[in-house]
Write a protein that binds this ligand. Structure first.
Ligand SMILES: NC(=O)c1ccc[n+]([C@@H]2O[C@H](COP(=O)([O-])OP(=O)(O)OC[C@H]3O[C@@H](n4cnc5c(N)ncnc54)[C@H](O)[C@@H]3O)[C@@H](O)[C@H]2O)c1
Ligand SMILES: [Zn+2]
Length: 382
């Protein structure tokens, strides 16, 4: 028998996450510079319908911008408008439409597929870009708080299938990400608020001083002031990117620190038929795991109080009736299955200090759920 041939190589990935304003103003060359190459590449746009409706001039602006920079890139076809939110991920219809466009317009591996929208549209379009021709250069222009500080800057994409979130998808770093704060002005209050949850998440597991900063800014954030929001997005995106680079970017192991609060959140999203936003579900999931940490004597009463107080000040619900559904606890088993190994859940030893555990006591979880119901009814006494 011949000995095995040992194969080994590594591929370095790098991409830039830009922060700009008025991305399609002709005086802003950032987008054109991002796609600039020796050729005049083709660029195909996929646009979230919610954004197109809130910014009726957007498509004209993109076309005028492309005209101004036609020596640098060329638009192919008209932009493809797809429904915003989870609808775009709950079927393979829009995914298929992008593949068809790739075929029809001859979009190759030197062209660019640009997705502009919320996290759901970016996830779906990112998946299509990753599989067409085994990977086309993909640029993301996130338009929600959540996608600018979390989902749009990372390396994952996907669509839902068999009733499970993100059942189909890949790990595929984007070519570039361009955040434009101007899009955030048209978000409805729920989407404005929902993205703040991912910043609370990274603060809770890694950075007590960031948590304190969010506490100080809570009222300004709740009243939609842009300046603290820009700082929050920048810091959260930065921590997210640091984590991806230093940890396990393609999630080979069972550890998922950034999924703090997410096992219950994913289940709640599904049980509410996606009526609650990802970020809203994550807040409830984090409140649940923080309360559980307190009941396990890992987190002090004072710290739990600060956490639920912050969530309330920002206007989040801490409980929805679906949380009492027996099925929520099945979310633990589904999460383990998704990780593909040992159950690994992030809990809190302190604000700013996450700790991983490998089992959860379902009775104590029930108790934590009852406490959240009380917190929701305005009784914040821990
Ligand atoms: N890939 C990842 O790593 C990752 C991480 C976290 C979340 N996600 C996914 O992200 C999705 C949630 O994304 P989201 O919170 O960004 O919301 P979303 O994509 O569901 O969008 C919410 C709504 O806002 C609208 N919208 C988007 N931008 C707008 C704007 N600027 N003005 C007005 N309306 C606008 C959309 O049309 C939609 O109706 C979920 O599917 C979640 O699973 C992915
Ligand atoms: Zn999330």
């Amino acid at each position: 028998m011949k000995k095995p041939i040992q194969q080994h190589f590594s591929v370095p990935f790098q991409y830039q996450v830009h922060f700009t304003r008025a991305i399609f103003d002709k005086n802003n060359p950032l987008f054109a510079h991002t796609v600039k190459s020796d050729l005049v590449p083709k660029v195909f746009f996929i646009i979230d319908q919610g954004v197109a409706e809130a910014h009726p001039n957007l498509i004209n602006q993109i076309e005028a911008y492309a005209e101004a920079y036609k020596h640098i890139f060329q638009l192919c076809g008209r932009s493809l408008i797809v429904p915003g939110g989870e609808q775009s991920k709950n079927t393979n219809r829009y995914f298929q439409q992008i593949l068809e466009a790739t075929h029809t317009f001859g979009i190759d591996r030197h062209s660019y597929v640009v997705a502009l929208g919320g996290g759901a549209v970016l996830d779906m379009a990112g998946f299509a870009s990753a599989v067409a021709h085994r990977g086309i250069r993909h640029i993301r222009i996130p338009t929600t708080v959540l996608s600018q500080n979390d989902s749009g800057v990372g390396v994952k994409n996907g669509i839902n299938s068999f009733g499970k979130k993100n059942f189909l998808g890949t790990f595929a770093p984007p070519f570039a990400v361009i955040n434009d704060v101007a899009f955030l002005t048209t978000l409805d209050d729920r989407d404005w608020r929902a993205g703040i949850s991912e910043a609370i998440k990274v603060a809770l597991i890694k950075d007590a001083s960031f948590f304190q900063w969010i506490e100080k800014q809570a009222s300004s954030l709740a009243s939609r002031q842009m300046e603290p929001m820009e700082t929050l997005i920048y810091r959260c995106a930065e921590m997210h990117l640091e984590h991806i680079a230093s940890g396990d970017p393609f999630e080979m192991g069972s550890s998922r620190p950034l999924d703090f609060g997410h096992w219950a959140a994913h289940k709640l999203e599904q049980l509410t038929a996606y009526q609650i936003r990802h970020g809203e579900a994550v807040t409830i999931g984090m409140a649940l795991d923080a309360t559980y940490s307190y009941l396990k004597n890992m987190l002090s009463a004072e710290e739990l109080h600060r956490i639920v107080q912050l969530m309330k000040t920002l206007g989040f619900d801490l409980y929805v009736p679906e949380l009492s559904n027996q099925e929520v606890l099945n979310g633990l088993d589904e999460f383990r299955e998704h990780l593909g190994g040992e159950l690994t859940i992030m809990l809190l030893n302190a604000i700013g200090q996450g700790v991983e555990v490998h089992e959860m006591d379902k009775h104590l979880l029930q108790e934590a759920i009852s406490k959240l119901k009380k917190f929701q009814e305005a009784d914040l006494k821990v």
